[in-house]
Design a protein around this ligand. Sequence first.
Ligand code: HEM
Length: 503
Amino acid sequence: MADGDFKLSNVQGDIIVGLSKKTEIFFFFRVVNGTAFRTQLKNLVPLITTADQATGERTAIRAFKAARAGGANGVDGQTTLGEITENAPLLSVVGVNIAFSQKGLIALGIQDDLKDPLFTAGQRGDAFDLADKGTGNTKENFKPDWDAAFLQEQQAIHGVVLVAGDSFESVNGKLEEVKAILSAKGTSSIAEVATLAGDVRPGEFKGHEHFGFLDGISQPALKGVDNVGGKKPLPGQSLVDLGVALLGRSGDTVKGRASWAKDGSFLAFRKLPQFVPEFDRFLEEKSKPISDDFDDAPTPADILGARMMGRWKSGAPLRITPFVDNPVLAADPQRNNKFKFNPKSQEMCPFSAHVRKMNPRKDLDQFATASIPDPVAPHMILRRGIPFGPEVTTEEKLTKSTRYERGLYFVSYQSNLSQGFSFLQKRWANEKTFPPQEPVEPGFDPIIGQAHDEVRVMTGANDDNTNEPLRLDRQWVQSKGGEYFFSPSIEALNHVLSSVAAP
Ligand code: HEM
């Protein structure tokens, strides 16, 4: 399949570049008037940020930052708006994307089968297999313990508008513009189901998720995008086929999809509250005292946390620096992802550590074949999530229990949900024998592994005895729901989804 006709301007910006975000609103809606929606969508398309524009915005942010820093900054490729807004003046950038659930496509009169059974069924249909918490012990009678917005049958979510930018004011202002377009001429074509908002964490925690670890370090590079025009992947970054992210491109192995689906991507959204004080209490109670006596020696709790994540809070990988954090290495994109795991050994990094479960690097080399030389590549996802909720309060720290909901609005893009998000959650995070054929059973991913909220176990937590199992007496991340969406190409938005008559 040739990708010569590929254009960044035909792809929504959050997919392969990522909208620049300090604040992001997810506006979940249902279509109440399909005909009006299709007409109004035509006027919304010019507001949709393409990957081309998102690239331009990132370049502008880097240039702005470099100018402010006297030219010495801004080549890290991970610029978030949070990095510049703290030292006003502000560079105002707002991006808009849109995606539809299967029920949403049907509401618009689109009957084409996108050939992804998980998308067709919706995330509610996948909740039992994802091992979410809930009641009922069969797939048929299972009711997940989700927020009501994601459980509605009659008022189901048809789509989501993602608006991301530098401040609540600019993002909210843009959302109002979107809503005005979708209610033009006195006809509102949509009804709100839920509005969720996330924020990059403040100050020194910028870029870190709520447990405290730097996020957004390791993302796959895409062939034809990240290795052309003088660009090349960062050291350690996997270079994968464009079709791992986009439908209808090289590497998308599903045949017979509707032609208009080309250059679109499936978006998996999950609301994942994190129980931070409880997580910290576990680290304090279960970590082993150490006798290390040197400057900057990590605390026992820091060591256990790092072994569960596979990286220190700074982002430095355990595989490179297993005994002590190295913030300088963590901040260097030329070095912070340049590692492979040592198959069969979990002394430096547990088999079950979150980053090892999610990207086992060399662990799966034994399963390489001529047609799939890198067995991890088909399962790579583009992560675009954002934290939500307030910082942990003093009272929560004192009582060691969560009072205010906080966590991660997880967003990933992939061309195939059963190879991407859903596969990673079920077959790797939740599978205690993965990575396979190790000398000792790895256990669950301690960060995101799920077993319907049952007790889980991992090995490798104790670096003095890596065979020793550690009982994880609760989950510190619990899914409160989500949905699977399809994020169409600009051409599809313009010519198929917004044409006046249903195709
Ligand atoms: C609240 C839940 C989660 C937290 C706190 C979390 C945290 C992190 C952190 C700190 C990293 C390391 C930084 C980086 O490489 O970017 C990471 C990496 C990653 N996470 Fe998560 N994550 C969560 C949920 C998920 C979920 C649900 C999935 C997919 C099922 C996932 C997939 C990944 C992947 C693929 C990587 C990159 C691994 C690599 O290439 O080395 N994460 N996560």
